[in-house]
Design a protein around this ligand. Structure first.
Ligand SMILES: [Zn+2]
Length: 281
């Protein structure tokens, strides 16, 4: 069985060349994807709508209502740090069933005092934090992230997005999805080695591209960090070919084809997620 650490319910804008407009996934569509692909349970993430104009995701109170205590659906909430007392809002959401902070995709610097206040509350509550990094808008400075991580030891952090995964290579690039081979390790590996509470999800194009760009290096990377890599898809988002992450099985098939020992595959597909979320639910 699989665990998908990165899913959503709601509307997402398509960026595929052959699909125009918005894609809507309702709760029954998420269940359909899970049932048809052997996904045992998922994390369903909120996204602050004021920060991302290309997502209208069911979030926070609405999400908690929709998942309605179904143990197959683990809801994360993401109060917007721009708003007054976002840290207290997070605390209230936790009392109502929220199990983590995410998708923390905020158009601010990660060391902004308003962001830190929310992270401090998550740390105090021992919540996992799934964050999205992407230049030039979302938490894009990985050096600032490294300093912020020093302050919060109690939360588990899950990194995601092009601004996170491109640092798998030491070669600097302005491209969101670089395709060159990994000649020199990047800052991502330093962060994973320095901070044992940091994980990475392989969802969407960003995670898949980072691993696909150099298959031999990907095997080395996944072996070293086997205890901290998580299967995620970013369902219902679309891949560049117009297929849908999750149902297209791109992430699962890619990992399966690498020929890694089954013990590592099991950790990525399920056991690492159980380790993180198990201590919250
Ligand atoms: Zn997402």
């Amino acid at each position: 069985m699989l665990v998908d650490i990165h899913t959503h319910i709601g509307y997402v804008k398509s960026f595929a060349w052959n699909v125009k407009g918005w894609v809507l996934s309702r709760l029954e569509d998420l269940y359909d994807y899970m049932d048809q692909n052997g996904v045992d349970w998922v994390v369903v993430l909120s996204v602050p709508s004021h920060c991302d104009e290309f997502a209208r995701i069911i979030s926070n109170e609405k999400l908690l209502k929709v998942v309605d205590n179904d143990t197959r659906l683990v809801p994360f909430c993401a109060p917007d740090p721009h708003f007054y007392k976002a840290d207290e809002i997070l605390h209230k959401l936790v009392k109502r069933g929220c199990k983590g902070l995410g998708e923390f995709k905020i158009d601010m610097k990660i060391d902004d005092p308003k962001v830190l206040r929310v992270l401090e509350k998550a740390d105090e509550l021992g919540l996992p934090v799934l964050f999205h990094m992407e230049a030039p808008k979302y938490f894009y400075d990985i050096d600032e992230l490294d300093e912020v991580l020093d302050r919060f030891q109690n939360s588990v952090f899950i990194g995601h997005g092009p601004g996170w995964w491109k640092h798998i290579s030491g070669a600097t690039s302005d491209e969101a999805y670089p395709s060159d081979k990994i000649v020199q390790e990047g800052k991502l590996q330093n962060i994973l080695r320095r901070h044992k509470n940091v994980y990475a999800d392989i969802s969407a194009t960003s995670g898949l591209n980072a691993l696909k760009r150099d298959i031999e290096y990907a095997k080395k990377f996944l072996t070293e960090f086997q205890d901290r890599i998580l299967l995620g898809t970013d369902f219902p988002c679309l891949a560049s070919d117009g297929s849908q992450f999750g149902p297209n099985r791109y992430h699962v098939d890619f990992i399966k084809k690498l020929g890694l020992p089954q013990s590592i595959v099991d950790k990525i597909f399920r056991l690492n997620a159980e380790k993180i979320i198990g201590r919250v639910i």
